[in-house]
Design a protein. Structure first.
Ligand SMILES: [Zn+2]
Length: 154
């Protein structure tokens, strides 16, 4: 039987426990990027002067010309909503009565996919200015979740 031919007798899904252990590292750029979010509530990008691009999140090399990027720039906490969606289902497949807005917030020449907050879904428009709302410093762990969500700039 080929991998492309599905066994119609095989179960589609099953529930059980599967122990998995791993260790994820952010890498050189991610370490510095998330440490800045945690320690100072700053979002950093790195600039490629060959390509005139500021990468957000910061990277250590330019994906276009492979130049090492050493110029770290505080790009601020404000971006522009590039696109968004509403999540009507939870991870367990259950229906969410209050859809959760998630968007791609363009910052410099990159951006972050994140939760949108402090707004009704009807108020969300492409191009609206959004600002990162950071968790209180004592609650930050060095993760993208240190940004609680992006909120409208008023
Ligand atoms: Zn470049």
């Amino acid at each position: 039987m080929s991998l492309l031919i599905r066994d119609t007798q095989a179960p589609e899904k099953w529930f059980d426990e599967f122990p998995v252990m791993n260790r994820y590292t952010y890498g050189l750029a991610g370490e510095r990027f998330y440490r800045a979010i945690k320690d100072s509530g700053q979002i950093f990008g790195t600039r490629c002067y060959n390509c005139h691009i500021t990468y957000v999140p910061a990277r250590i090399f330019c994906e276009r010309c492979f130049t090492e990027l050493t110029d770290w720039i505080d790009v601020g906490a404000i971006g522009e909503l590039y696109t968004f969606t509403l999540l009507y289902k939870n991870l367990d497949g259950s229906i969410n009565e209050n859809p959760i807005p998630v968007g791609f917030v363009k910052i410099a020449d990159g951006g972050l996919i994140h939760l949108l907050g402090e707004m009704n879904p009807e108020e969300i428009t492409i191009g609206m200015k959004l600002k990162a709302k950071f968790k209180p410093k004592r609650d930050r762990i060095g993760s993208i979740t240190d940004i609680q969500f992006f909120i409208p700039v008023k």
